[in-house]
Design a protein around this ligand. Structure first.
Ligand SMILES: *Cc1c(COP(=O)(O)O)cnc(C)c1O
Length: 348
């Protein structure tokens, strides 16, 4: 069994967290003279709930987890940083991640002066737990998996994810930012089995709230309690809490419809791209984007930019030479992209 307590950095284990006015008093009251707030301009004059109780109740019901298993952050970027700061001693500990994957894990590691080790995926952009664990050592505190993965779009082999969680003596972070676009099961319902598993999800993709900045980490209460000690007391604003709550309570059906539309558009886009001379390969996708290998990624990228269409050039990423990552947009946007790629041959 993994001992979480022993994995936490000593200074964090011993940390006495800041106790805010809003956290010390939680009962019913009508006069708040405890936080030096300005009484005018409600509700924005008041500090937000530091534990986001109301919002977490709605998320807990939606995701079928307990509120104590949820940490909310300023996007997923915040829990990524909190995990590193809570578990990795700078210049001593390290973390292992699949490669290629989401770039923020390495940036957050670099900022925290924590070594980042890459476990290269195979030709199918998948991995095997045994090979990944060979890259880990006694100072590896975190392993990063992302499924469906960015920028490759595929889901990782579920049994290999399980093998990694079961064999590793540290914490496995599984980023499920794109899970709502996939037919695969989330690992949220497995959390009770694995005290060392952290699942990341976000409101930025299927929930269409990238501008609001709200990310979620789900884990056993011991890990969540540690992240709560380290986070800024008022990390989620009143505006964000209100808006996300409204989206969950009132727009669930819209979200489901958007996902269905985007999946249908993804199929259409894949079919349209297949016949184009500049397209060499379309990788299978479980997400709201597709990775496409083209004859010359830099040239195609520049051609699209010159017509006002921006895609993500992944040419310089390992295993992704001459690949573009194309987000599935609204139907007219996808049609415009297809048109421009058809005219690509003539333009070059
Ligand atoms: C887009 C994305 C996120 C979301 O990040 P936010 O900070 O929540 O907007 C997280 N992980 C991956 C792999 C992503 O591609």
């Amino acid at each position: 069994m993994v001992n979480i307590e022993n994995l936490i950095r000593k200074n964090i284990r011993e940390l006495k967290p800041y106790s805010s006015a809003r956290a010390e008093f939680t009962g019913e009251a009508s006069v708040f003279l405890d936080a030096n707030e300005n009484p005018y301009n409600p509700p924005y004059c008041r500090y937000p709930d530091p534990m986001q109780r109301e919002l977490k109740l709605a998320i807990a019901a939606q995701k079928n987890v307990a509120t104590e298993q949820i940490l909310l952050g300023n996007g997923s970027d915040e829990p990524i940083d909190l995990l590193i700061r809570s578990f990795c001693e700078p210049q001593r500990d390290n973390m292992v991640a699949i490669a290629p994957t989401y770039g923020m894990y390495k940036v957050a590691a670099d900022i925290n002066n924590v070594a980042y080790r890459k476990a290269l995926l195979n030709e199918q952009f998948d991995f095997c737990a045994d090979d990944l664990l060979k890259i880990a050592d006694n100072h590896t505190k975190l392993i990063w998996l992302c499924s469906p993965n960015n920028p490759t779009g595929n889901s990782l082999n579920r049994q290999e994810i399980v093998n990694t969680i079961e064999a590793f003596r540290g914490i496995v972070v599984l980023d499920e930012a794109y899970i709502d676009f996939s037919k695969r099961q989330t690992f949220l319902q497995e959390l009770h089995k694995y005290p060392n598993l952290v699942v990341l999800q976000t409101f930025s993709k299927a929930w269409a709230l990238a501008g609001v900045r709200l990310g979620m980490a789900f884990a056993a209460t011991e890990i969540i309690a540690t992240l709560n000690k380290v986070k800024y007391p008022y990390n989620i604003s009143v505006l964000t809490q209100q808006h996300a709550l409204r989206q969950i309570l009132q727009r669930k059906d819209d979200v489901a419809a958007w996902v269905q539309t985007l999946l249908a558009e993804r199929e259409k886009l894949q079919a349209a791209l297949t016949s184009l001379p500049c397209v060499l390969h379309i990788y299978p996708s479980d997400a709201n984007f597709i990775l496409v290998k083209v004859t010359n990624a830099n040239a195609v990228y520049r051609h699209l930019i010159s017509r006002g269409v921006v895609v993500r050039n992944r040419h310089s990423v390992e295993l992704c030479a001459d690949c573009l990552r194309i987000t599935v947009g609204a139907p007219p946007e996808n049609a415009m992209l297809t048109e421009l790629l058809i005219s690509e041959l003539k333009a070059l």
